[in-house]
Design a protein around this ligand. Structure first.
Ligand code: AMP
Ligand code: MN
Ligand code: MN
Ligand code: MN
Length: 301
């Protein structure tokens, strides 16, 4: 993986081979985790939005990638699919998401980590179900499990079921009242997950030949001091890049993330974190690599 200097990217549109003048979105979900669209429907939507390069990055699973790639080939679609994953990790009591991009999904180290993460998800889901039963909602686990099907079971499924069963008015309220972690212990049905470390996630992604990118650094509710500590740790364990462009980021946040990239010699990634169609964000919308950033795809030449 050759590293290129910032001076290689003087233009707004990055002239990296194969990615010049492309519409790129490197963070999205399907119903193989907590997205609502099937891999096929997500690809159709990406085509409608004229996306050229799309990474599917489901939570702790790569199950959607083969389905999407097969569909792309069958339908003769020109979209380039980047094999991705979003791995949940634990660091200093925080849950930090690490996105793996351009990974070999058949790599054994990655497969082993995915297996471990799936067990952690299943265990947490069972405990969460028990806690919710004690809150007076005995049927949430079964419905959440059914909704997740063969895919990764997430708190988003639990939030949706709590909403559908009429126990909360919004999905956000499910997190605020029951399954979220605000404060030291979390809400009544919060269960501390048994995620891998950041280092384990980065190493598995590297074994699989991919780039490890810290997902949405602005969304962890960290003070500036803790965010810097996190970025220092991430770069010490050989993390490759930060997501510097998300749809809802303001220019000041974007500038700060870019400054961290430059200070710690990290690449930059960008993605919508698309889960379902809504009016605030969509695939590829408001995503432009800033001047002076080293795009993560420079590692893939
Ligand atoms: P999990 O990875 O199982 O902990 O599920 C977390 C997922 O729930 C995230 O990836 C989001 O898609 C979704 N989510 C929605 N609202 C919230 C919230 N307030 N806090 C945490 N996760 C949320
Ligand atoms: Mn999610
Ligand atoms: Mn995330
Ligand atoms: Mn995501």
């Amino acid at each position: 993986m050759a590293l290129l200097s910032t001076t290689d990217f003087p233009h707004q549109i990055v002239e990296t081979e194969g990615f010049a003048h492309k519409r790129i979105d490197l963070h999205s979900h399907t119903n193989c985790s907590d997205g609502t669209l099937t891999p096929q429907t997500l690809i159709d939507r990406a085509v409608n939005f004229q996306i050229d390069v799309l990474a599917i990055t489901d939570h702790d699973t790569v199950a959607g990638l083969d389905i999407a790639q097969k569909y792309i080939e069958e339908q003769n679609i020109s979209l380039k699919l980047i094999n991705g994953i979003e791995i949940s990790t634990a660091w200093q009591g925080f849950e930090i998401h690490i996105v793996g991009l351009n990974i070999d999904t058949n790599n054994d180290a990655l497969k082993t980590l995915i297996e471990k993460q799936q067990q952690a998800r299943e265990q947490r889901a069972l405990s969460m179900g028990e806690k919710l039963a004690k809150c007076g909602f005995p049927d949430v686990y079964a419905d959440a499990k059914e909704m997740a099907g063969e895919g990764s079971i997430t708190r988003a499924h639990f939030a949706k079921v709590l909403h559908q069963q009429g126990h909360v008015n919004t999905m956000q309220q499910a997190f605020d009242k029951y399954i979220g972690k605000k404060g030291s212990k979390g809400q009544r049905a919060y269960v501390k997950p048994n995620w891998c470390s950041i280092e384990e996630a980065v190493q598995a992604i590297h074994h699989a030949g991919g780039s490890a990118v810290m997902a949405h650094p602005i969304r962890y509710d960290l003070t500036a001091k803790w965010l810097r500590r996190l970025i220092v740790h991430f770069s010490e364990v050989a993390g490759d890049g930060l997501e510097v462009v998300l749809p809802q980021m303001n220019p000041e946040q974007r500038r700060k993330m870019l400054a961290y990239c430059q200070e710690y010699n990290l690449h930059a990634s960008m993605g919508s974190d698309f889960h379902y169609p809504n009016k605030w964000s969509d695939l590829g919308r408001n995503l432009t690599m800033p001047v002076g950033a080293k795009p993560v795809w420079a590692q893939w030449q």
